[in-house]
Design a protein around this ligand. Structure first.
Ligand code: ADP
Length: 384
């Protein structure tokens, strides 16, 4: 398997470049626009939206296996290709229960994995009685196509919920259940784990990390998370159960909540590499991107362990509309000892857009120290 097709050409595909070179793998990318990050590193590009299955048919002819950096695909249309023998890794059946957040929650709870209490919002039902069971605030989520908090709304009371629902359903799809409601988890911390599973069913997991979101967008990641060995074991077990159950071949990101009472709940599954694993590019022997290529090419998995005591990753998020490449800020950040700046080469900056990230390797696991480093980076990056 030496020619890998990648559906999606954003930064996650772009970050596969070094590993592809190392493993002598060619990357052929399906992505809509000339300016997308992975266009510059791909051997060949099929220019089309990720949900264009006709384009994926063309992609399939150019490669040995197809993997995903973006899961917003048309599974029904792709399954026709799979029946014709196109090899998708992970297989499409591993994505089927995950693309709709309600189906995903159902799948996880059916597996016996801990999730927040939830239900699907149906047009005809009496919401009031169901909400009483969850209590306010409540979290309303679009079942499909949410990312970076788009489509996730924290709702303080019933009036706000009614207003939001009537606005969204009138302006969008009137007769479908397009929302999920779930309890608001007053989490102590948010955590994540990246796990990879090989063709032979071998599983490796990365260190559990702490993720910090602001306005529902990931701002920082601290590796490893300051949690107990039991909690680590519990989260690793969740990863094993999930990847085995779906018979995943590839890399998955699992986002979790750590509640104040120490309980762990699964928030969300990303069926691909994930922002919470970017630290692995600089801090681990085998990055999540190399691991994905190893898994989908049928190679043995690499060592996911940290090569340093700890690391902190900070996203460089857009804070204005601009075409700047922010040379001087990037330069200043790069001067921080043990800092590795990754700049995705996007031609346009917008509020909240992920433009790059920086990972700083640390020589001890002091959380305050990691936070201080993150603070230094953010004070250089964001205008005061
Ligand atoms: P997306 O798919 O857009 O990333 P998520 O479901 O991961 O959406 O939610 C984004 C963020 O919103 C989470 O990282 C968390 O900070 C917050 N959030 C989501 N669901 C809940 C919840 N049930 N309780 C509390 N906070 C939540």
């Amino acid at each position: 398997m030496k020619r890998v097709g990648v559906i999606g050409g954003g930064q996650l595909a772009w970050m596969m470049a070094d590993a592809a070179r190392k493993l002598e793998v060619e990357l052929i990318v399906q992505t809509p626009s000339e300016g997308d990050p992975a266009v510059s590193i791909a051997q060949e590009v099929v220019f089309a939206p990720v949900d264009d299955a006709n384009a994926t048919e063309i992609l399939a002819k150019k490669c040995d296996v197809i993997t995903f950096e973006n899961e917003f695909v048309n599974l029904d249309a792709l399954s026709v290709l799979a029946e014709q023998g196109v090899c998708f890794r992970p297989r499409l059946e591993a994505l089927t229960p995950l693309l709709d957040k309600y189906h995903q929650r159902r799948y996880l709870s059916d597996l016996g994995l801990p999730v927040p209490r939830f239900f699907a919002v149906e047009q005809t039902e009496n919401l009031k009685s169901k909400i009483e069971y969850l209590g306010f605030p409540v979290v309303l989520k679009s079942r499909r196509h949410g990312y970076d908090g788009q489509g996730t709304f924290i709702i303080p009371d019933f009036a706000a919920l009614e207003k939001k629902l009537s606005y969204e359903t009138i302006t969008k799809t009137p007769n479908q259940s397009i929302f999920l409601l779930e309890e608001f988890v007053p989490f102590e911390r948010e955590l994540a784990i990246i796990a990879a599973r090989s063709v032979d069913g071998e599983i490796v997991t990365y260190p559990v990390v702490e993720t910090q979101q602001e306005q529902q967008v990931c701002r920082r990641v601290i590796a490893p998370a300051e949690i107990s060995p039991n909690q680590v074991a519990e989260i690793e077990a969740i990863a094993h159960t999930l990847l085995n159950s779906l018979q995943v071949v590839g890399v998955f990101g699992i986002e979790l909540f750590l509640a104040a009472d120490g309980k762990v709940l699964v928030n969300e599954i990303a069926p691909r590499t994930h922002n919470s694993g970017h630290f692995s590019l600089d801090a681990c022997e085998t990055s999540q991107f190399e691991q994905q290529l190893r898994a989908v090419c049928g190679l043995p998995l690499g060592n996911p362990g940290l090569q340093c005591a700890a690391a902190v990753m900070v996203n460089l998020l857009g804070y204005e509309n601009s075409h700047s490449d922010y040379q001087s800020q990037r330069q200043q950040i790069a001067e921080i000892p043990q800092a590795y700046v990754h700049w995705y080469g996007k031609t346009e900056s917008r509020l909240g857009r992920k433009l790059g990230h920086v990972t700083v390797l640390l020589d001890n696991q002091n959380r305050e120290m990691a936070m201080a480093v993150a603070q230094t980076i953010e004070s250089i990056w964001y205008p005061s």
